[in-house]
Design a protein around this ligand. Structure first.
Ligand code: PEP
Ligand code: MN
Length: 362
């Protein structure tokens, strides 16, 4: 179905393997001029590897702009012809997959509102059977890694070989700082689970605003993401969707220029020797921490025995509150965040309860 004269497959393959892989374009294709001009101005920066545009837009509420539909597909073809940029669109149904492929869209992506729904993901996967096209899968809107992995598995089972993951943040109630909370630790877990898949950050939908985009982009680079998908528009303030978070192609280029690209690794012996020494220290401390935790659990078991003999409940809320208060105060002085201390003590406490329970049940 790739009909263009240039060896687009090679172009797509080389784009797909670029690091960093930078994907940009409008949230939505609005008119042919808007899309083509955005693409041309992006291409002129020389910093973009792939053009994105929403053609079918799943919007939260009816009455919002729901995309131009299939009539925008020839516009994408035209933008590709004029710039050489491979294209990518969001697909949510089998019909959309077919339409996109008929019009030579090079890479497809599954949006966050689709990843949550196994029926829809399966429908998309079925339409992909026998097709050789890279597919990117956004995280589901809710923080559920199993659902995200499930979508990946459905697409893998359809025979798709090249799969990318897009981290666009997670919905949360009453969040003001981000449009979608990044929950970086969840994303990192997913990245570690699928190390062979390009891992792309979408700061536009995480931030929902322009002024914090750069920080989020830098954070993603620091966490060794393989690429970024950022929305851009020739006239961001007047965009028909997601106006607050889009930037002009030129502003995007400026932001990309100001990022600090850190290397994952370097080849200097000196650096490796220094790092190795520090890692040894970390290993040593981790061993000590585990021995201490083991001792702590032995004491918990003694307490368990005492509670058993005196028929006292395991959980004593007052005592627990006292532990947390003490720890957060001390932790603060040691530069440990309250959030970490609370999560750490929750885990320790749960383990402690399990040890005590074993004694009580014995
Ligand atoms: C988009 O990329 O414009 C979009 C709708 O994103 P998400 O699926 O992340 O909400
Ligand atoms: Mn958008």
């Amino acid at each position: 179905m790739q009909t263009t004269e240039q060896p687009i497959n090679e172009t797509v393959q080389s784009a797909w393997h670029k690091r960093p892989l930078i994907i940009s374009g409008p949230c939505s294709a609005e008119t042919e001029e808007q899309l083509v001009q955005t693409a041309q101005r992006l291409a002129a920066t020389g910093k973009i590897n792939m053009l994105r545009a929403g053609i079918w837009k799943p919007r939260t509420k009816p009455g919002m702009f729901e995309g131009v539909g299939a009539k925008g597909l020839p516009w994408l073809q035209q933008a590709k012809k004029l710039t050489g940029l491979p294209t990518t669109v969001e697909v949510a149904t089998g019909k959309q997959v077919q339409d996109a492929l008929t019009f030579d869209v090079d890479v497809l992506w599954i949006g966050a509102r689709t990843t949550v729904n196994p029926f829809s993901v399966q429908e998309v996967a079925d339409a992909l059977r026998g097709v050789d096209v890279p597919v990117m899968i956004k995280n589901p809107i809710n923080p559920d890694l199993e659902l995200w992995s499930g979508a990946v598995e459905r697409v893998v089972r359809a025979g798709i070989k090249q799969i990318g993951l897009i981290h666009r943040g997670f919905s949360s109630y009453g969040n003001t700082e981000y449009r979608n909370a990044p929950m970086w630790h969840l994303a990192i877990d997913m990245k570690l689970k699928h190390p062979e898949m390009p891992f792309i950050n979408d700061p536009s939908h995480i931030c929902g605003r322009r002024d914090t985009l750069l920080d989020t982009m830098q954070k993603a680079i620091d966490l060794d993401y393989d690429g970024l998908m950022i929305e851009s528009h020739i006239d961001p303030d007047n965009a028909w969707s997601d106006a607050k978070q889009q930037v002009t192609p030129e502003r995007l280029a400026e932001m990309l220029d100001s990022l600090i690209w850190r290397k994952e690794d370097v080849n200097s012996d000196e650096y490796h020797a220094a790092l190795e020494k520090l890692r040894q220290q970390i290993n040593q401390l981790d061993d000590e921490l585990m021995q201490i935790l083991g001792r702590r659990m032995k004491i918990a078991e003694q307490i368990g025995q005492y509670k058993k003999d005196n028929q006292i409940t395991i959980l004593q809320t007052n005592r627990w509150n006292e532990i947390i208060d003490r720890a957060t105060t001390k932790g603060d002085k040691l530069g440990l965040s309250k959030e970490f201390i609370t999560r750490y003590f929750d885990a320790v406490h749960m383990e402690s309860i399990n040890h005590q329970k074993k004694v009580l049940d014995s």
